[in-house]
Write a protein that binds this ligand. Structure first.
Ligand code: SF4
Ligand code: SF4
Length: 136
């Protein structure tokens, strides 16, 4: 059975220069589509990607990532915005790796596109009035 998931990978500094993602394709026959990358050698890296392939290979690939020290964001969560709490301050726009937030020029309101969200949780911590909530 083939599956496809959007995942967020956190790379510790010691492995940011290694061909970890290349090995997902070569050793486990997985296809990946990188949605957002923020990786510099020697620093912690963040990679948002859509990963797909055979379920067994997918599981092996995830195990491999765990073994080399990559932290994988839980896939069974959801992030929602409490519209009553949001003050449209814009703090979430800068932290979101997938550009799920945008500023509507005319109204100066911050729009949230739930479809772009990969549930990394960064906006939850960054939101001053705690309008972004993480559900398990
Ligand atoms: S950081 Fe919170 S309050 Fe500010 S715009 Fe984003 S969701 Fe709204
Ligand atoms: S959890 Fe927040 S910061 Fe992360 S992708 Fe979703 S909207 Fe963007």
């Amino acid at each position: 059975m083939n599956i496809s998931r959007r995942i967020v990978l956190h790379f510790p500094p010691r492995i940011t220069g290694q061909p970890v993602v290349f090995r997902l394709a070569r050793d486990f026959n997985l296809k990946f589509n990188i949605l957002k990358a923020s990786i510099s050698p020697g620093e912690e890296g963040l990679l948002v990607m859509e990963l797909s392939g055979d379920q067994n290979n997918f599981d092996k690939g995830i195990r491999y990532l765990n073994e080399v020290g990559v932290k994988i964001q839980s896939l069974s969560q959801d992030v929602v915005r409490d519209e009553d709490r949001c003050t449209h301050c814009g703090a979430c726009i800068a932290v979101c790796p997938t550009s799920a937030f945008s500023l509507e020029a005319k109204t100066r309101r911050v729009l949230f596109d739930h479809n772009k969200c990969v549930v990394c949780g960064l906006c939850v911590k960054a939101c001053p009035p705690r309008a972004m909530r993480l559900y398990f």
